[in-house]
Design a protein. Structure first.
Length: 318
């Protein structure tokens, strides 16, 4: 009986220092996975360092190492999609090269899928040790907000580190949307899922590519992609201010009839105008976010462009 194949999809951006460490750790864990074959698929997201040189050296040493190299930086979401699209395995695992997604969890993940009947196994951090406190605070706020406004399950501390069977992979690939938020997509497709918890692991090498601003924009993308609650909030705010304005008009008319029309101060009027104007601009901004995402979807641009690839399915591009 032929062994099943597990593809390890590794999105990489400027990870020349981390990839050799990841490969050595994966080889160590591989010794525990005696009943399955392994394929390594590195997705180079337009790195500007020597990431591709390191990957090609691994490919020369180990024919199980394959790669897809983008023509430029398209972002991690595109890299994840490219990895899933080009993975040959019966099972596919997504994990970062920096070892913050511990390969040591792979045997337990695989056992859950093969023997316990789960379709997918996700991972979540139960601690954020080593992260800046302000970043951890906003991350927790984001997950709480998504839990309230989105119908898709987005678990606090969830990572992109997932192991899934081919059924789940095909379901994710069927969602060919341009504006992608993988944590939401993993929850939206459903299927029988198990969560593994672990404590935060700091990077093995290199520096994080996620600044606070990039994480903030990514969070906005997730909210817009998986919830229409901001539009509802904007509508309620509009109705609320119309009601307040109507009550204020009635109050002013009654006050004028009873007490006359004393001169009012302009500072309070300026403050009211600025506040209402700010609310209007906020609502317009919310509408603009949804309109912008719709605009990008209608262009039907590819999620990524490949400069070079060596794959297991005889689809090499050079």
């Amino acid at each position: 009986m032929d062994k099943k194949l597990l593809t390890l999809v590794v999105p990489s951006y400027n990870e020349e220092e981390a990839i050799p460490l990841f490969y050595e750790e994966a080889l160590r864990v591989e010794k525990e996975l005696t009943d399955i074959d392994i394929e390594y698929l590195f997705v180079d997201d337009g790195s500007r360092d020597e990431t591709m040189r390191v990957v090609k050296e691994l490919n020369a040493r180990d024919p199980r190492v394959h790669y897809v190299s983008f023509s430029r930086n398209f972002g991690k979401e595109a890299a994840i999609y490219a990895g899933l699209e080009n993975a040959a395995g019966d099972y596919v695992a997504i994990l970062d090269a920096d070892l913050q997604d511990p390969p040591s969890l792979l045997p337990e993940m695989l056992e859950a899928v093969e023997k316990e009947g789960y379709d997918c196994v996700g991972s979540r951090r139960v601690t954020r040790k080593g992260e800046p406190p302000i970043r951890s605070f906003f991350a927790r706020c984001f997950y709480k907000l998504m839990g309230k406004i989105s119908s898709s399950e987005v678990v606090d501390g969830a990572r992109d580190f997932q192991l899934m069977n081919r059924k789940v992979v095909n379901a994710i690939l069927a969602m060919g949307e341009y504006n992608r938020f993988s944590k939401g997509i993993f929850g939206w497709v459903g299927f029988k899922k198990k969560w593994l918890e672990y404590e935060n692991v700091e990077r093995a090498a290199g520096e994080t590519k996620w600044s606070f601003w990039k994480l903030f924009v990514y969070a906005l993308d997730g909210i817009v992609a998986f919830s229409t609650a901001p539009l509802v909030i904007a509508s309620f705010m509009g109705m609320l201010f119309c009601l307040i304005a109507f009550i204020a008009i009635i109050f002013i008319i009654i006050k004028t009839v009873i007490f006359g029309d004393p001169t009012s101060g302009w500072p309070s009027m300026v403050c009211i105008i600025m506040m209402v104007s700010g609310i209007q601009l906020l609502c317009i901004g919310i509408l603009g976010q949804y309109l912008a995402k719709t605009y990008l979807e209608t262009k039907k641009r590819p999620l990524y462009l490949v400069e070079e690839a060596v794959l297991a399915k005889d689809k090499d591009i050079k």
